[in-house]
Write a protein that binds this ligand. Sequence first.
Ligand code: GUN
Length: 290
Amino acid sequence: MILDGRKTAQQLKLGIAEEVANLPGEKRPHLVAVLIGEDGASQTYVKNKKIACDKVGFHSTVIKLPENTSEIAILQKIKELNQDPHINGIIVQLPLPKHLNASLITQSIGPEKDVDGFHTESLGKMILNQQTFLPATPFGIVKLIEAYDIPTRGKHAVILGRSNIVGRPLSVLLSSNNKYGNATVSLCHSKTENVTNFTKQADILIAALGIPKFVKDEMIKPGATVIDVGITRVADDTPKGYTLQGDVDFENVQNKASYITPVPGGVGPMTILGLLTNTLQAFKKQNQIH
Ligand code: GUN
């Protein structure tokens, strides 16, 4: 069965839109996305985030800066955004051009506006199971698992990829003692020996390593839930010049899995939902709305 991220995100967005429509007063949540350079995929992601904001009734602003913008100028811009009371959430789209220190830049966003959940304060609170902004992709994945009532308690979740924005925070959420957690988690990475030994045991397999079609049917347990976070542009002779490919060989794995996410239309829309949820939360907290 397909885990339809597009449909699930759509339904949950209706709930956000309704909450926005019922907010007291005239103020609405305002998200600012900072986009640096000309990366085509990043431009698409930011555009989709803006469209999603508009749909649920948020204000949104995209600040586009040239590739060669200095670190000082970006830090100055973020400082202004941190101090602006009309702005509730700030994100800097990753990856950044090579001359910029992504850690320094993401850590300069005020924790109360860190709707990507990348700040050390947000990540620290997440580990301690305190209320905070959860990183958008792991947040979206657990929401998708919840929406389809897929059991996690006592199950073996195997994550491929240890990135700071997906694999590592997701390992915390799935292992934590809460409604979408209580799984036993294996976090595999490029140095893992015999990765198939792990993937074959997975009740829930999450692929977030960025290698197109890495996961094949012989690597999975029959009836597993397979969640594909990969979204690589593979060049070809289609009119666009590329096709989006996930980390899972969908055609090959589809019949052996009980649940599987497509690419596109799986995790991507859920990531945006996570961002919208965090932005609404930031707005409410900053305006003392409970
Ligand atoms: N690049 C890939 N995923 C993300 C994300 O969730 N947020 C930001 N800001 N950049 C990303």
